[in-house]
Design a protein around this ligand. Structure first.
Ligand SMILES: [Zn+2]
Length: 93
């Protein structure tokens, strides 16, 4: 039987829930690209399915597939806030 990987606690919006004194954690980097065919834009949404396969989407395609995939996904990480915060105290990684 494969080991299960504990998933981090999520806020209702799907972001990792940082402690009050910590900045949000963004795990996707510029080398992570959208898996949607012919897109290849930078990924900001990571979808982990119940079998632990991961799909990465840009913000546009993440919103597009969200109604279908989110109800069946084991984990949904939306890091689109990184776009909004990169000029503030949080820097893009
Ligand atoms: Zn895309």
């Amino acid at each position: 039987m494969p080991a299960t990987i504990p998933l981090p606690e999520l806020t209702p919006g799907g972001m990792l829930n940082p402690a009050p004194d910590q900045k949000p954690v963004f795990t996707l980097t510029a080398i992570d690209r959208c898996d949607k065919r012919d897109c290849n834009a930078r990924a900001y949404i990571r979808v982990t399915m119940s079998d632990m396969r991961e799909l990465l989407f840009c913000a546009h395609h993440g919103r597009e597939v969200e109604p279908v995939l989110r109800p069946i996904a084991a984990f949904w990480s939306d890091e689109t806030d990184a776009v909004l915060l990169k000029t503030g105290s949080v820097t893009e990684v």
